[in-house]
Design a protein around this ligand. Structure first.
Ligand code: MG
Length: 277
């Protein structure tokens, strides 16, 4: 895998049936790195992925675990279906996460990440305790695989996440900071949150969005093309430089329209090239 530059631009992309074709689609954008999302029902074939990465000279920075049954339709649906907060799927998702960690290790990736779901604020809450203990177990498992374990930011306010980190107390537990999520979930001003969480940030998503509509409780905000939402991507990159972040700038764009998605990603690459300079 190639050695990356500081703030190298990459893409968050999802594993398709053919690893070579999946990687070539990302390379066609002129990129050499990315974060690989693994759908819940994806059959993990580390040998095929390792061969594809070696052949294509491509770096995967993080392997992201998705789970069967997750939906991001609105905030109540996220609370009910995403990550480790839903109790009925917790054990199955823990097992899957260990498989993801082993898969990442086998293809030479030193970080795994996921959306843990909405972490409750109340430390005596049963879900809080169960998820905290599971985070500790997975962090320790990842550490044995030589990996950091990153939680995606933004479904809870930064101070709640910070308290959670202090309580979990595992050095390899880190944050994949997504500035748009804080806006989409209405959980706080992202640049300020980045300052607060800075010491835990290992990777970032470059994603943009607008705040949820005030007259629709439970609604999510709207994801936007990079630079067209409320994050202030210029301020975000400036803040990353200020906190000494040197990792990749991983573009994330999740919309159904594949043609528009491609246009937006190309535009985002151009924008980030100017801002990182
Ligand atoms: Mg994200």
């Amino acid at each position: 895998m190639p050695v990356l530059r500081d703030m190298e631009i990459g893409l968050m992309f999802w594993a398709g049936p053919d690893p070579v074709a999946t990687i070539q689609n990302v390379k066609a954008l002129g990129l050499r790195c990315g974060q690989l999302g693994i759908p819940g029902d994806y059959i993990l074939d580390a040998a095929a992925w390792k061969a594809a990465l070696d052949a294509e000279g491509f770096t995967i920075v993080t392997v992201f675990a998705g789970y069967n049954g997750e939906s991001y339709a609105d905030i109540p649906t996220v609370q009910r279906t995403v990550g480790w907060i839903p109790a009925p799927t917790r054990a199955e998702r823990e097992k899957r996460t260990y498989e993801i960690s082993d898969f990442a290790a086998a293809i030479g990736v030193a970080s795994i990440a996921l959306h843990v779901g909405f972490v409750p604020e109340d430390k005596s809450d049963a879900d809080y305790i169960a998820v905290r203990d599971m985070v500790r177990r997975v962090a320790d498992y990842a550490a044995n695989n030589g990996q950091s374990f990153a939680l995606e930011s933004g479904q809870e306010p930064a101070p709640v996440l910070l308290n959670f980190f202090e309580d979990v107390s595992r050095p390899n537990l880190r944050i994949n900071f997504d500035p748009a999520n804080l806006i989409l979930y209405g959980s706080g001003e992202p640049i300020e949150a980045l300052g607060l969480l800075a010491k835990h940030v290992v990777t970032v998503h470059c994603k943009d969005g607008n705040w949820p509509p005030k007259d629709q409780p439970g609604a999510l905000g709207t994801e936007m093309a990079l630079g067209q939402g409320s994050v202030g991507i210029d301020k975000f990159i400036a803040k990353l430089k200020e906190i000494g972040y040197r990792g990749p700038l991983t573009i994330e764009r999740e919309i159904e329209d594949q043609k528009q998605k491609l246009e937006d990603i190309k535009m985002a690459i151009g924008l980030l090239e100017r801002l990182r300079a």
